[in-house]
Design a protein around this ligand. Structure first.
Ligand SMILES: Cc1ncc(COP(=O)(O)O)c(C=O)c1O
Length: 345
């Protein structure tokens, strides 16, 4: 795998969401019941035993967050403490030793600082995407937790989700389940994503941009959207997002719940979104670190297509939420206390 080209040669307006082997990543090891200090390394290849539990039994979890370049050229992170906390929860579910949350945030900052040239310029819409990852390693064969773990954080510049303005896309429900209520849906673990590959592929082959999962018990209420959470704006201006034990607690979703209520003056709740009751929504969207906010143009369920605001234009409330959220992330709009952490370069 070739190393990334020098930052000075990158066309920032032509970035997608692709792996890039940047100069530095953070790497820490857990052995004999404790984490070492860890540190930055230039080696992007992990050397692990064939008996690693991550390989056989999916003992692996991860996170995803971004660093943003502001107008004055500084770099900032959006709620990295929340990613640290969620990874802690994912680790508990898979019997993995969480990396200390304060050290997680410090390590994220160290990776951003070491690769600072690769944080895209303000105004391009690009960001530095960070991928914290933990895997069970060592010589194992039985189904039990590993004794040794690797925690790494690598990074790559990614492009703006929308190159030419926000455009709604079309979605379809799936007959597959992503996760069970008492399973691992609320944890960011590799197995959930392996299970989502087939339904995602089927949706793409039918021309949809992604799949919408329904609840795994009755297939009646909306759970989430591919790798993003769902939300809708009702005709009486309420922001509603599904509450379920099998969806990933999206940091973007919780941020939007707060912003909808406190900055847009909407009522904002987590509740039930019945697949047969979509008429009550005037707008709908998908939200997440990668997707930011993606307007949902239409949703097809059992062959019946429901159009929300429009298949070609973004609705006014979603546009306002998008401008507020991205304004905070890129430093143009005042952030609620504690949401932004600066990276000293
Ligand atoms: C399954 C799933 N749901 C929702 C999200 C959105 O979460 P967040 O807003 O924390 O990125 C993600 C992405 O992290 C995801 O993978």
């Amino acid at each position: 795998m070739a190393k990334a080209q020098p930052a000075s040669e990158i066309d920032w307006n032509d970035l997608g969401f692709d792996y890039m082997d940047l100069p530095y990543r953070f790497l820490a090891h857990y052995e004999n019941g404790k984490w070492d200090e860890g540190g930055l390394t230039e080696d992007s290849t992990l050397h692990i035993s064939e008996g690693s539990t991550a390989l056989h039994y999916g003992q692996a979890d991860f996170e995803g967050l971004k660093a943003y370049r502001t107008k004055d050229g500084s770099i900032q992170l959006f709620r990295p403490d929340q990613n640290a906390k969620r990874m802690h929860n994912s680790c508990e579910r898979l019997l993995m030793p969480a990396f200390p949350e304060d050290k997680f945030v410090e390590a994220v900052k160290a990776v951003v600082k070491a690769n600072a040239d690769y944080v895209p310029p303000y105004g391009t819409g690009g960001t530095l995407y960070l991928r914290p990852l933990m895997i069970g390693v060592g010589g194992n064969i039985g189904v039990h937790p590993a004794q040794e773990y690797i925690f790494t954080i690598f990074a790559m510049p990614v492009g703006a989700y929308y190159k030419g303005g926000m455009t709604p896309t079309n979605y379809v429900t799936s007959d597959y389940d992503r996760a069970a209520h008492k399973g691992t849906g609320q944890s960011k673990v590799g197995g959930n994503y392996a299970a989502s590959l087939l339904p995602g592929d089927e949706a793409h082959k039918q021309g949809y941009s992604d799949v919408i999962y329904l609840d795994p018990v009755n297939h009646q209420t909306i759970e989430e959207v591919g790798s993003a959470n769902f939300f809708g704006i009702t005709k009486d201006d309420e922001f509603i997002t599904p509450k379920s034990p099998s969806i990933l607690p999206s940091i973007t979703k919780f941020s939007l719940l707060w912003l909808a209520e406190n900055r847009l003056g909407l009522k904002a709740t987590q509740g039930v979104v019945d697949i047969d009751d979509l008429d009550k929504f005037k707008e709908a969207g998908a939200c997440g670190t990668a997707a930011v906010i993606s307007p949902i143009g239409s949703l097809t369920h059992h062959g019946k297509k429901h159009v929300f605001y429009s298949e070609t234009e973004v609705g006014p409330t979603i546009k306002k939420l998008y401008d507020t959220l991205t304004g905070i992330q890129f430093g143009d709009v005042e952030a609620p206390e504690g949401w932004i952490q600066k990276v000293e370069v």
